[in-house]
Design a protein around this ligand. Sequence first.
Ligand code: URA
Length: 198
Amino acid sequence: MAENLAELREQMGDSACCPLGKTRTNLVFGVGAPDADLMFVGEAPGANEDLKGEPFVGAAGQLLDKLLASIGLRRDQVYIANVLKCRPPGNRDPLPEEVERCKPYLMEQIRLIKPKVLATLGNHATKLILGTNVGITKLHGKQIMRPDYIVFPIYHPAAALYTPAYLAALEEDFLKLKGLLQEDIELPPEEPEQISLF
Ligand code: URA
């Protein structure tokens, strides 16, 4: 187990953990404050992220920056990572085996950062973190208590770029997120409660 994010990044190296390592340009580990209260989990790097080696630097990233600014935050005050660390060719959906191979690294990042709120962006991140098939349309804007953090699913910013209703929901959810970060919420001590929405 790594003692910090730099060590974890070093452990990952630049070798291919799965076949995606052979087609990507850069591994996109994550960016932001190592002790952030708020951590975002997106889906996978796109073309811009693959070239730059940083998550959310394209159009969806610019929207994420704007939404953060709307609640008085900058990206260097939060942590941003993805379900996958390598770009799937043509931006196709992550395959289940790719998600499984990459999952330990994301879970290690979460363990090291210890966020108060884990905001999952879209269906892929929400499904992985909550282990549910319930879609983002039902789950967005809800707080789901876990022993170590609160999961807060929200629409993926890329989905909101062309759909005004998703953008309105995202803006509203960011305001809830702001409130959540200001509240002192006690997390459940034992096993996660079952989500009653299913
Ligand atoms: N979409 C994602 O899910 N992650 C990124 O890093 C960029 C776009």
